[in-house]
Ligand binder design. Structure first.
Ligand SMILES: [Cu+2]
Length: 131
């Protein structure tokens, strides 16, 4: 009687410990997942590269450097809008949760060709959950 009760308590503790460790494992792997880093140069009147391809749900870190004057980097769909001062490098992080093709726009007037300063973000749908 006493022995079986002791065993039940021990089994209960073991189950709690196992459950806690597997939970913290999955949490820490999600936290340590490194974002995809993409370097972009903003210059009159283009983004280089002009097309950025990422995966839906993947954390993205875009590092934008101004190649000349004052520019901006905006992706309306994902609430991204950053000033890129002359000679500066600005880091932008976001997670595109919607698949599709979205315009990247210069959000600061930078000269005659400003209206044509556009890039494209392609977010590819995540078809199968990868483990
Ligand atoms: Cu501009």
């Amino acid at each position: 009687m006493r022995l079986s009760r002791l065993f039940a308590v021990f089994a209960g503790i073991a189950a709690i410990l196992l459950g806690a460790s597997s939970r913290s494992d999955s949490r820490s792997s999600a936290q340590t997942a490194e974002p995809r880093v993409i370097d972009v140069v903003a210059q009159r009147y283009e983004f280089v590269p002009s097309t950025i391809e990422v995966l839906q749900g993947e954390r993205v870190r875009i590092v934008v450097t101004s190649g000349d004057g004052f520019h901006g980097f905006g992706i309306k769909q994902f609430g991204v809008s950053k000033e890129i001062p002359r000679g500066d490098t600005v880091t932008i992080e976001f997670t595109p949760d919607v698949a599709g093709e979205f315009p990247i726009l210069c959000t600061e007037y930078c000269g005659d060709g400003h209206e044509n300063m556009k890039g494209q973000l392609i977010v590819k749908a995540r078809e199968v959950e990868q483990s």
